[in-house]
Design a binder for this molecule. Structure first.
Ligand SMILES: *Cc1c(COP(=O)(O)O)cnc(C)c1O
Length: 307
């Protein structure tokens, strides 16, 4: 269960958690055209808190909305400010932030016509998405029987609610089969991403990640690419196959929720030494250092606030 907070920001004002309700004829509930973000905030080592890459996440929310022809009736600046207000109202120094814009009730046809565009911001405490142990020991992954969306079937550059039916199917299948996460291939059979994470492999010191084809353009992905380059690694964006992944020295997932999670096994093949590898550890540490406010070069990535 999500841990209840005091308030949820709803169409411009804070309302009590239990009062943040919608009508059952909410258009998005029926057809899946809603857009969301997943953002994290962390307690920094100086005791302040900070939202990681807040404007970038809010910009992506607006891009997702644009892709779906949804006009959010607030500016990006207003949503950034509302997120900080919500965190303060909930006295949350570290946790997860979930903005969701959706099409409200009105007409019930596929065409949403003039139904209102509504928006909420919920926050809650959330630890390691795949478990604290996963960050250190790594997880077991299975190639999904579900293919990632074709770029002309779903708008893969958007975090559109309906896109995640594909993720839910794949995630449940992987868990039921005794794995922690699903590896999804694209329509051509190349390694794509996981259900809500981007993927990286390491071989002979070179870091590789799939290019921006049908993957979601992860903000963590971009951050990790920059941090890895700062550490002196070469990072390439190139397609690769699952057999290349099987023979990688290291592999890891990145995402706001999953942070940097090592992959220790794929389809029963042990990856590298079967534990978090040295390169994964180095980028993971560099990432957490930024999140804690301990890397001045990336202070610009932190929207600081105090409770
Ligand atoms: C959100 C998401 C990611 C990770 O993106 P971040 O910006 O790093 O959180 C990767 N893949 C999918 C499908 C996602 O929904």
């Amino acid at each position: 269960m999500v841990q209840k907070a005091d308030s949820i920001w709803f169409d411009g004002k804070l309302v009590p958690w239990d009062k943040a309700q919608v009508h059952v004829l909410t258009h998005t509930l029926h057809y899946g055209v809603g857009v969301f973000e997943g953002i994290r905030c962390y307690t920094c080592s100086n005791g302040e808190s900070a939202v990681f890459r807040l404007p970038e996440h809010v910009e992506r929310l607006f891009h997702s909305a644009k892709i779906n022809e949804m006009a959010i009736p607030f500016t990006q600046e207003e949503i950034c400010a509302a997120i900080i207000d919500t965190l303060k109202a909930n006295k949350l120094s570290e946790g997860y932030i979930r903005p969701l814009a959706f099409i409200g009730a009105g007409v019930m046809g596929v065409n949403p016509a003039d139904n209102p565009i509504q928006i909420i911001i919920a926050t809650w405490p959330w630890g390691a998405y795949l478990g604290a142990e996963a960050l250190e020991k790594g997880i077991r992954v299975k190639t999904s029987t579900f293919t990632r969306h074709h770029v002309n079937v779903m708008m893969t550059k958007s975090k559109t609610a309906g896109n995640y039916v594909n993720s839910v199917l794949a995630k449940r299948e992987a868990l039921a089969d005794g794995y922690n996460e699903a590896l999804m291939l694209d329509v051509d059979g190349y390694v794509c991403e996981a259900t809500g994470e981007n993927i990286f492999i390491v071989r002979n010191g070179i870091i590789k990640t799939p290019p921006l084809g049908s993957i979601l353009s992860g903000i963590t992905r971009e951050s990790i690419m920059l941090l890895a380059e700062d550490l002196g690694y070469t990072v390439v964006e190139d397609r690769f196959t699952r057999d290349e992944l099987y023979c990688a020295d290291e592999a890891f997932f990145t995402g706001t929720a999953a942070e940097v999670t090592p992959i220790r096994e794929v389809d029963r093949r042990v990856i590298g030494a079967g534990s978090r590898g040295p390169v994964t550890k180095a980028v993971q540490e560099a990432y957490f250092k930024v999140l804690r406010g301990d890397n001045p070069k990336y202070g610009k990535w932190l929207a600081r606030y105090s409770l």
